[in-house]
Design a protein around this ligand. Sequence first.
Ligand code: ADP
Ligand code: MG
Length: 366
Amino acid sequence: MSNITVCARFRPLSSKEERIDDSSVCIRRIDTETFVFKDEKEEDFTFSFDRVFYEKSEQADVYEFLALPIVRDAVNAINGTIITYGQTGAGKTYSMEGPGILVCDETKKGLLPRVVVGLFDTLNRSDGEDIKYSIKLSMVEIYMEKVRDLFNLSNDNIQIKESKTQGIILPGVAEKTVQNPAEALQSLSRGIANRAVGETQMNMASSRSHCVYIFTILQEYTKHKRSKSGKVILVDLAGSEKVEKTGAEGRVLEEAKSINKSLSSLGNVINALTCGLPGKANHIPYRDSKLTRILQDALGGNSRTALLCCCSPSSLNASETLSTLRFGARAKHVKTFPRFDCNEEKCAKDSCASLPLVDESCSRIL
Ligand code: ADP
Ligand code: MG
């Protein structure tokens, strides 16, 4: 992986969170990269990311910082991946789509519609006499380790293959060639509507599956008979919340295991790409889950990755938020450390300055 950008985003308090008396906001802003998080035991942790988007951040800010560099590089045949991670209700889909994929309010549009416009803009600018481009779009959903085509719901067990020339491919998946942003948005909205139909058929919640949007950009030099292609993949992950092992049974438990496995393997692949897994220098465990296998050539090799860790700012969700922030911190090699207020007893034992940093960057997520 040549580059990973890790950001955290805190959505505004929900009305429910606001109503509950003993809830409070569990983060304190330091600056655009750093904040202090208070966990359930009132212990403070300082986290730093490439950028932190607080409650009042705009969708456009998130796009410009996180996605625009990926869009610009995609036309240079550098693959890119944009991932939203976090517990259900933390703002993944809002960040990805906005309140709706075809919403008219420009300011609320999410990453997907902005990526679409950005790709066409960048390509139109570089489109010359001897270079022609096309964009193809596929949408799949991964549920319980099965890949389903969101443009063709009956195609519900797509195999993932690797081709020497094209990299990772999904044989048989529908690919819509889109000529302009409006066509792309229409296709995306159809895929999203199909996803809802599939969920009703299967009695499943969208928060329990990963939604993967794949843009393939092909540029052909008409005079020289050469071509180059790049992929931009956006992933709205399944909710990362822990399911109580004791209460859950049957399908709920199976779903939870499957989500846990794929999110763990995503963490492991990112860690292996950034620092290697202990004792396994060159092994990148892409094959451990369908999710990482689909993302193989968009995460590894010549690629850019952006991870948006979506969080609730409420103390009611502190435990899930801490686990989301830790996932992001590991991905970035960020060191997290408990911060004690200068309290005589603790300072006497191990002074604030000499507190050991806990480097979690290379630890496996199990
Ligand atoms: P997730 O996809 O992580 O389950 P959603 O994106 O559906 O969560 O967000 C949950 C709720 O919070 C939705 O009602 C959404 O509109 C709202 N929300 C999330 N992020 C924001 C934000 N940045 N600004 C305003 N509302 C938000
Ligand atoms: Mg969602």
